[in-house]
Design a protein around this ligand. Structure first.
Ligand code: GTP
Ligand code: MG
Length: 288
């Protein structure tokens, strides 16, 4: 999936200031984070995006950073060839835990958006999940969840609702998505539906290691790679999220040990996600 990055693809200076030594500071800050609303025990973050882009792998990567070892709780697709069908089919929530504390954050994994269909049901299901109407374990079907279904939560609490929507977008295919009207349309529809409620949106740009040899060989080159910069700008223009809310990551997917450079990029993304979510939580229910 490489994209032919040449020597000229290296920028002289990093275009985003990034301290690669901030891992412990970020980790500690997140471990000590207290939510601004004392009635809420945990803040939910919905991880959405097209199928196969790395949603489950991102959740596993976050869990791995805090465990200090590779965990595979959100089962990611391990098959060689990508499919247009989502590997994850049910709604599952994962609590972030570190050695001595349960963090007040939960990441919610759902079925991926399937590229060829522009069914309204997928959009409705995502919006319903944000508003807390979709119960844990629900299996996403062709048809969207209706209010008479046993998996429909009529009275979601603040802890059931999501206060940040994270889109996982693959750095290797965003240039294709930018011209793919169906995907762009879907993301715009979701955005339009939830924007009135002020739900923050953060983009995690995954698979930066696959976008070109520069970053594959050295993850620290991520902010000096012309391709990554262009892809992030493309992401911003396509989805309509400012570049400052886009975070490049490399997920753990085959490793047997964690690594500080991978960890720090994941932590930086999570830090922005939880701070945005908490700021939104302060303003009350998401479906008002
Ligand atoms: N090289 C590389 N591969 C990745 C990365 N993240 C995920 N992958 C691979 O991409 C594939 C899909 O990852 P998943 O995490 O299952 O994707 P998903 O978005 O949960 O997919 P669905 O559940 O099907 O919607 C797997 O084979 C992963 O190993 C990454 O950052 N770099
Ligand atoms: Mg998945």
């Amino acid at each position: 999936m490489g994209s032919g990055e040449s020597k000229t693809g290296v920028l002289d200076e990093a275009w985003r200031t990034f301290d690669w030594r901030q891992k412990e500071v970020l980790k500690e800050r997140l471990e000590k984070f207290t939510l601004s609303n004392p009635d809420v025990t945990n803040i939910k973050i919905l991880v959405a995006g097209q199928t196969g882009e790395g949603k489950s792998s991102f959740i596993n990567s976050v869990l791995s950073v805090f465990q200090g070892e590779i965990v595979n709780e959100a089962i990611a697709d391990t098959s060689e060839s990508p499919t247009s069908y989502s590997f994850t089919t049910r709604r599952r929530t994962y609590r972030i835990r570190s050695a001595d504390a349960d963090l007040p954050f939960e990441l919610c994994d759902i079925k991926g958006l399937e590229p060829e269909k522009i069914s309204k049901s997928q959009i409705d299901d995502i919006v319903n999940t944000i508003y807390g109407h979709v119960k844990e374990g629900y299996k996403f079907e062709e048809k969207s969840l209706t209010s008479d279904d046993e998996h429909y939560n009529q009275n979601p609490s603040l802890s059931d609702q999501a206060f940040c929507l994270v889109y996982v977008i693959d750095a290797c295919t965003i240039h294709l998505a930018a011209v793919d009207k169906i995907i762009t349309e879907k993301l715009k529809l979701i955005r339009r539906t939830i924007s009135d409620n002020g739900i923050p949106q953060v983009i995690v740009m995954s698979k930066v290691d696959e976008a070109g040899p520069l970053v594959k060989n050295d993850l620290k080159m991520v902010y000096r790679s012309k391709i990554i910069k262009e892809r992030m700008e493309m992401c911003s223009a396509t989805v309509g999220v400012p570049v400052s809310y886009i975070f490049p990551v490399k997920n753990y997917h085959f490793e047997i040990d964690t690594n500080d450079d991978v960890d720090v990029l994941i932590l930086k993304a999570l830090d922005q996600i939880v701070r945005s979510a908490d700021a939104r939580l302060r303003r009350g229910a998401s479906n008002e």
